[in-house]
Design a protein. Sequence first.
Length: 311
Amino acid sequence: MRDTVKVFAPATVANVVCGFDVLGFAVNAPGDEVVMRVTDKPGVIISKITGDDGRLPLNPDKNTVSASVQDYLKHIGRTDIGIDIELHKKMPIGSGLGSSSASTVAGLFAINTLFDNQLSNQELVPFAMKGEELACGYGHADNVAPALLGGFVLVRSYEPLDVISLPFPQDMCAAIVYPEVDVPTKDARQMIRSKVLLKDAVKQWGNVAGLVTGLFTNDYDLIGRSMVDVLVEPTRSILIPDFYKMRSIAMEMGAVSFGISGSGPSVFALTKDQDTAHLITQALQKQLKSIQINSLSFVSSVNKKGPVILD
């Protein structure tokens, strides 16, 4: 058993337009880092958090990283051990890119590494879901599952939990832009209708099935025409400045598809190559600047590995 480890866990794009709470994929950047050490005094503490502007709690019962680690230690029967955690936020909080997920997954991967990988990454998903419940009130898996497993992930069922890794075109890239406006996940979730029309549900089912089929067959045209959301995007797009203008720009520049990442405000476009992705992010940032909104951008291929050890 080693006594210290440093881990990176990736950001994720949840929902992937039409797959609310059931689809997501991981990207290579941004992400979060956790440094974890075994100590002599029993209990889990967070000794340091950087990059959060003081927004995240140091209380180990209220921070998603430490709370998930506590659950893991209870599960393996090692509450006698001491764990010191440093969390280094390398991505914006509340961006719609799975910020809490990246932190939680980094922590769980780190503690599992210290204990010689007693659980598989797939078995860590329920522990990470508890962290999501602490962060936003609902233990969804469409961020934590791809962050842990890498690639594209389908959450076929929550009860019982059934998480499936999907194939995808190997040259696929994501162009991500984060407008610096505040869209809290809890608020964005509360805006969603609790009841939907059957005809809308039928459209959504067809689009999810079409997207999954397109991923399996490397059919970019099918992927693009399937990524249409008639249930959630019409409401959440109201919170994102110039959303439809940005979508028009991205699609005219050769994007396969365009949509909201998670609950927003980040938006993303899928592309067939990195050059197109870079051009799209530049154009979207220019559009946001024209309405006095600052933004960050990230271009990444789909992350295939999930969390990794950095030392």
